[in-house]
Structures are given as structure tokens and as C-alpha cells.
Write a new protein. Structure first.
Length: 260
């Protein structure tokens, strides 16, 4: 058991370059021969958010100057989480050809997906800085607190997708269920609407981990303060998920190469 944990944790030490270079190779390959590269995601996010803000500010009867920054932060954070979870759930399936040929730590494949999604996400997150500056929300502390929130969100999502990867590589239908569940969660998570607008589901909002994850990225940008309550919830959930993820990897370590 000790040798297994040392092997898996080594990717955060001297073996970090493996998933680091693989992730950058993925990003470069995805946008090869493209002039703007990953900044196409930035432009797409800008136009999509502006369109949503114009429509939903009318539907919700709110001032677009207040709604646009709120929506932009929430939607960009949600896009990151959705992309990470959907891709992460299929990590072992998509990396099956490597797992069958090379004896790499399983977490190296997870970190490859995590870092790739983080790099692409930052190309969209960067548009929040001029947007917050334009609407006079931007503070230096808010930017640094939001970056800290991104790291904490990633800390919690990595073990979550690890668990999903183990389950999905064994039961392939679960990946489709995860994608459908994320679409449903989008409508019941305060991304486009604010929590006080739907007090009828306040209990569900308190139990919705994704609401806390979004708060870690959005609240610092809007208020310049670090959401301590959300950080505490996410940190506790992250620690529990890490323990569960390593346990799942340990008991299935011999089966995963056959399942892929």
C-alpha cells in the first residue's frame, strides 16, 4: 500500500513534468494552425455572455451593469467545472492506449486533464479583469483571492474526477449520466440567477457543492473579499474526496488496465 501511494504522489514531486508536457501538447495540438489558438474560447465566451446578459437582464428585471459581471464570473466558472468534470470522467477511457503500454501512475492521467482544462480556463478567466475594471468592481485583492479560489476549486475537482474516472471506466454508461447531470445542475445552481431570487430551494442551495465552488471564483471578483464559508465547505469536501479517490484507485489498481 505504501509503495502505491508513493508512486501516485510522485507526480506532484519530481515526476510532475510528465503530465505538464502532455497537457501542453494537448493544448497546442487542439489549436494547431489556428491564428488565435485558445483565445477563440475567450472570444466565444465574450459574445455568449453578452448575449445571455442582454436577454436575462430583461427577463429577471435587473440592471445589466450589475447582472453582466455577476453572470460573467458565474458562467466562466461553471464552464470550467463542466468541461473538467465531463473530460475528467473519461480520463482512463481516453488514456487506455497509454495505460495498456506504460506503467504510469494513474494520477498522471488525471493531472494531464486537470492542467489542460486549467490552462484553457485561464484564457477565459482573464476577460473578467477588464470587465470588472470597466464596471468598477476590480480590486487587487479580489484578483488574488479569485486565483486562490481557482486553486481551491481545482483541489476539490481533481479527486472528484478521479472517482468518476474509476467508476466510468468500469461502467461506461455513467459518463453519459454525468454529462446529463451537469446540464441539469446548471439550471439549479446560481449561475445565471442569484440565490435570494429562489428562496424556495434554499435547502438545496446549501447542499449544492457547485454553488460554493462558483462563489470561490466569483465573490472575490465582485466584492474583493474571500468567501471563508465557501472555502471551508470546499476544503472539507476536497479532503474527503481525496481520501475516497485514493482508496478507489488502490482497490481497483489491478483492474483498471483490463477495464480500459
Amino acid at each position: 500500500m505504501r509503495a502505491f501511494f508513493y508512486r501516485e504522489l510522485a507526480i506532484f514531486g519530481g515526476a510532475w513534468h510528465t503530465w505538464y508536457f502532455l497537457a501542453f501538447h494537448d493544448v497546442k495540438g487542439k489549436y494547431r494552425r489556428s491564428i488565435l489558438g485558445p483565445f477563440w474560447m475567450t472570444l466565444t465566451s465574450v459574445f455568449f455572455i453578452m448575449g445571455l446578459a442582454f436577454v436575462y437582464s430583461k427577463l429577471l428585471h435587473v440592471d445589466i451593469k450589475e447582472y453582466l459581471p455577476y453572470l460573467a464570473c458565474g458562467f466562466i466558472a461553471w464552464t470550467y467545472m463542466t468541461s473538467f468534470i465531463n473530460e475528467g470522467a473519461n480520463t482512463f477511457i481516453n488514456s487506455g492506449h497509454i495505460i495498456k503500454q506504460l506503467n504510469m501512475p494513474f494520477m498522471a492521467h488525471i493531472m494531464r486533464v486537470a492542467f489542460r482544462n486549467l490552462v484553457i480556463f485561464l484564457h477565459s478567466w482573464i476577460i473578467l479583469i477588464p470587465l470588472m475594471l470597466w464596471y468598477d468592481y476590480l480590486t487587487v485583492s479580489g484578483v488574488f483571492f479569485s486565483i486562490a479560489g481557482i486553486l481551491l476549486v481545482t483541489f476539490a475537482l481533481i479527486p472528484l474526477v478521479t472517482l468518476l474516472s474509476v467508476i466510468c471506466v468500469r461502467y461506461r454508461d455513467v459518463a453519459i449520466m454525468v454529462a446529463s447531470a451537469m446540464q441539469l445542475l446548471f439550471f439549479v445552481t446560481p449561475v445565471m440567477w442569484q440565490a435570494h431570487q429562489l428562496t424556495e430551494i434554499s435547502l438545496f442551495l446549501k447542499l449544492n457543492l457547485f454553488g460554493y465552488l462558483i462563489d470561490l471564483i466569483r465573490e472575490p471578483m465582485l466584492n474583493g473579499q474571500f468567501p471563508v464559508t465557501s472555502a471551508t465547505v470546499v476544503l472539507c469536501a476536497g479532503v474527503a474526496l481525496w481520501a475516497a479517490a485514493f482508496f478507489a484507485l488502490f482497490i481497483n489498481r489491478k483492474h483498471i488496465p483490463y477495464w480500459v
